[in-house]
Ligand binder design. Structure first.
Ligand SMILES: [Zn+2]
Length: 617
């Protein structure tokens, strides 16, 4: 059975059983059959460069490629943001998959059947319960849909057709009609052997004052809500008259929770990935009307503000988001709240402003697809959008009003990391507010002197000390030439590694080797439990190719680290000797002195050797 081996700090290998244990041979076989370049290539355009492939990193915004994929080592690493790992880690990070899901995905891709996986009885029970709920929703949607084209749904159908929707789109979104009676659906489903408890649990019925069950949705146009895979998890219903509430959604149920799903995503996801952008709207009708007009990369938040769950869901498909909420006040507030969420998660945000306070549904119906595409292309980036909103808020006729706007914007300007992009921001703000750029720079300097200036490019320009370089090279070398481990151990083994993450990586490798496993760099990445060490290892493996004379470099590294270790031991023993002197322990002092002399002698001869030929690259 496959066990994810989590290696504890003490270096002992402990086993954690994966959910739905997958045989280890299967994982190994799969890894050999899958090509990381092909898998990542589906998400990121890759260009061959020497032995590796490079591309624009899918994890952080960048213009020049610092994302490297190695077909030899079957790993990836980004020199910009530091993300890295193997094909499994990539899918887990990029597509928000769990480990078993990544295995399943890759097996499907490679055309290998998954082995029979033992499922726990509890999970089995939960799965079959969920399946039953999905089936009930499916039955309900069919019931509603059929009624829409029946005489009772005439008015509902007329409403939808009045909004320009054709039958193929109505069918695509499975629109329907909930009849006007009190318990039509409830009675229909009872006849299908569905219990009252089930109807209450999935929110299709509610208890009346008399204690009997009545339908939750009555005399409404019905919009089934699906999850990403197209299974129906709930419903939204719109009134046909002026009664309230205008829109009624399913309550939170085992299948549905407000703020976690996006309307239309199962239909739009292909198009979103293909076009590498998503247009986020609010309502059901916005999304459906967009589809009717050939705009297929749209989703709806169903009236709520954007949540982190929404954003995570979308980031599986694209990082480029266009917010297109209603122009009314509520819509604008929802927009601003959502934007912070998006930005925190690292999306590229553009805000589409619809002229004349229309909602997207109205605008697309009246002005058409071409005009709508135009306003999407003219969308403002986040900073510009915030600037426009602030200019409405403050009196920009006065200098002090304009200064206030600049001050409000400074945190956002400082968040722009690239110096070129930041300069463009400052220029844009200067032009809009008719301020010279120097004045804006001065305001920024003033603000920065209060709070610590953010360290620019602290990641990209990181100078490694010779010691750190040496530790990294030793890790790389011992993975490529495991026969070196013996000598490294003789010289101090893990004690040579002063940087905790590097020590952990070396020690894990050593322990696995000791237990007789022949392990590849790629396997070690999988076995390292935490993503911090996975990233460092991928970085180490991809940074510099080793030169021809790696043996000399290896010696230099070993000597350098050994020298450090010796010095540390000498210091330690010196301190002990001073203590013993104070306590009058003459014999112990002499013993320590002898062993210090030994260490000093070794240190001198090593240092001489290093000076003669030593040259760390
Ligand atoms: Zn990156």
């Amino acid at each position: 059975m496959y066990m994810a081996k989590k290696i504890s700090n003490t270096g002992k290998v402990v086993n954690k059983v994966m959910p739905g244990q997958i045989p280890e041979e299967f994982i190994n076989d799969l890894r050999h059959r899958v090509d990381i370049v092909a898998v990542i290539g589906e998400f990121v355009p890759l260009k061959k460069q020497g032995r590796n492939y490079t591309g624009i990193c899918p994890f952080h915004g960048e213009k020049t490629p610092s994302f490297v994929v190695s077909p030899d080592k079957q790993i990836f690493h980004c020199f910009g943001c530091g993300k890295g790992g193997n094909v499994f880690s990539f899918l887990i990070e990029k597509d928000a998959m769990s480990f078993p899901e990544a295995v399943e995905h890759l097996a499907k891709r490679a055309g290998i059947a998954l082995p029979n996986i033992a499922v726990s009885p509890e999970k089995d029970k939960r799965d079959s319960l969920m399946k039953r709920y999905f089936d009930i929703n499916e039955k309900t949607a069919k019931y509603y849909e059929q009624l829409l084209y029946d005489s009772s749904g005439k008015e509902a159908l007329r409403y939808l057709q009045g909004r320009g929707l054709k039958t193929d789109v109505l069918e695509k979104f499975q629109l329907g009609y909930a009849p006007a009676g009190w318990d039509m659906l409830t009675n229909y489903l009872r006849g299908e052997d569905i219990t009252e408890q089930e109807l209450l649990t999935i929110g299709l019925a509610v208890k009346s004052k008399k204690g009997t069950l009545i339908d939750r949705f009555r005399n409404r146009v019905m919009y089934p809500i699906t999850n990403e895979t197209g299974k129906i998890i709930g419903f939204g219903g719109r009134v046909l008259d002026n009664s309230q509430p205008k829109y009624l959604n399913s309550p939170d149920t085992p299948l549905f929770s407000k703020g976690k799903q996006l309307y239309g995503l199962h239909l739009s996801k292909g198009s979103v990935r293909e076009q590498d952008r998503v247009i986020i709207m609010e309502g059901y009708m916005d999304v459906i009307t967009a589809w009717q007009n050939g705009l297929t990369n749209v989703v709806g938040t169903m009236g709520t503000a954007l949540t982190p769950e929404h954003v995570r869901l979308l980031m599986r498909y694209t990082y480029n988001t266009f917010i297109c909420f209603d122009a009314d006040n509520a819509g604008q507030k929802a927009t601003l709240r959502g934007l912070d969420t998006l930005q925190e998660q690292g999306c590229n945000i553009s805000v589409v402003s619809i002229p004349d306070s229309k909602d997207p549904d109205d605008f697309i119906r009246k002005e058409g697809r071409a005009r709508f595409t135009e306003i999407v292309e003219r969308a403002h980036n986040l900073l510009e959008y915030k600037l426009i909103k602030l200019m409405e808020q403050f009196n920009t006729q006065t200098v002090s009003g304009r200064i206030q706007v600049v001050q409000e914007l400074i945190p956002d300007i400082l968040k722009t990391k690239s110096p070129i992009a930041r300069q463009a921001c400052i220029q844009m703000v200067g032009e809009r507010l008719s301020f010279p750029e120097t004045a804006i720079h001065a305001e920024i300097r003033k603000a920065v002197s209060y709070q610590e200036a953010p360290k620019e490019n602290s990641k990209t320009v990181r100078f490694l000390s010779a010691q750190e370089k040496a530790q990294r090279i030793l890790i790389k070398l011992t993975l490529e030439y495991p026969e070196l481990i013996g000598e490294v151990e003789e010289n101090g083994g893990k004690e040579l590694f002063k940087i905790a993450l590097l020590k952990e990586i070396y020690q894990n490798h050593y322990v696995i080797r000791q237990s007789g496993h022949n392990i590849k760099a790629n396997d070690l990445i999988t076995l390292l439990g935490d993503s911090a060490s996975q990233k460092v290892l991928a970085e180490i493996l991809l940074e510099n190719e080793l030169p021809e004379d790696w043996k000399r470099i290896y010696k230099d590294c070993l000597v350098l680290l050994r020298l450090e270790l010796l010095q540390q031991q000498i210091n330690h023993k010196n301190n002990m000797m001073l203590d013993m002197e104070k306590q009058g322990e003459a014999t112990k002092v002499l013993q320590l002195m002898a062993s210090i002399q030994q260490l000093v002698k070794e240190k001198h001869s090593l240092a001489t050797a290093l000076r003669k030929g030593g040259n760390l690259y």
